[in-house]
Ligand binder design. Sequence first.
Ligand SMILES: CC(C)(COP(=O)(O)OP(=O)(O)OC[C@H]1O[C@@H](n2cnc3c(N)ncnc32)[C@H](O)[C@@H]1OP(=O)(O)O)[C@@H](O)C(=O)NCCC(=O)NCCS
Length: 175
Amino acid sequence: MLDDLAPKPTSASRVTLSHIMSAQHSNLLGTVHGGVIMKLVDDAAGAVAGRHSGGPAVTGAMDEMAFLEPVKIGDLVHVKAQVNWTGRSSMEIGVRVMAERWNESTPAQQVASAYLVFVAVDADGKPRPVPQVVPETDRDRRRWQEAQIRRTHRLARRRAIMELRDQRAAEGLDD
Ligand SMILES: CC(C)(COP(=O)(O)OP(=O)(O)OC[C@H]1O[C@@H](n2cnc3c(N)ncnc32)[C@H](O)[C@@H]1OP(=O)(O)O)[C@@H](O)C(=O)NCCC(=O)NCCS
């Protein structure tokens, strides 16, 4: 399975995980702890990355985690994840978190979103190639383009910070 690098459509690895939030997920305010939602986001993204890449993949980065509305105890939370973009060994996974309020008959409401970079790894934990993702809809294509912009910014930011550190080290600053 690890050697199968045939391109794969977005829908082949899309995942929705659903959970009922209970008292053990509560923060001091009585709503759901943000870290619980982050764990669910990482789990769903990891399942997508594993499916798409056909083997193990690790979280390389998590960014733009946005909490839009509080999640309440009793809510039924749906964590929807898909591959937005693929590089050589990395994949951007987009995640949307929806909540069905336990005490309201309103449609599920978006409560959070996040973008994660997963890197497919071999048995030695080294990056391995992933199949290219093939966007299927206009929305998938928009997500691919936006992911490409985020990738460019991530790499540029990392490079700029490394250059600054090297420069300060060369000047004997920051011990
Ligand atoms: C993620 C990891 C495998 C990358 O290894 P590495 O030797 O730095 O790999 P490379 O520099 O060759 O990068 C591999 C790919 O990951 C991408 N990448 C690595 N770090 C990244 C970061 N912080 N943000 C975005 N992309 C990143 C690279 O751009 C590259 O993408 P591409 O192959 O699609 O072009 C390694 O850093 C690692 O094992 N980290 C720990 C992961 C982990 O344990 N996560 C769980 C947290 S407990």
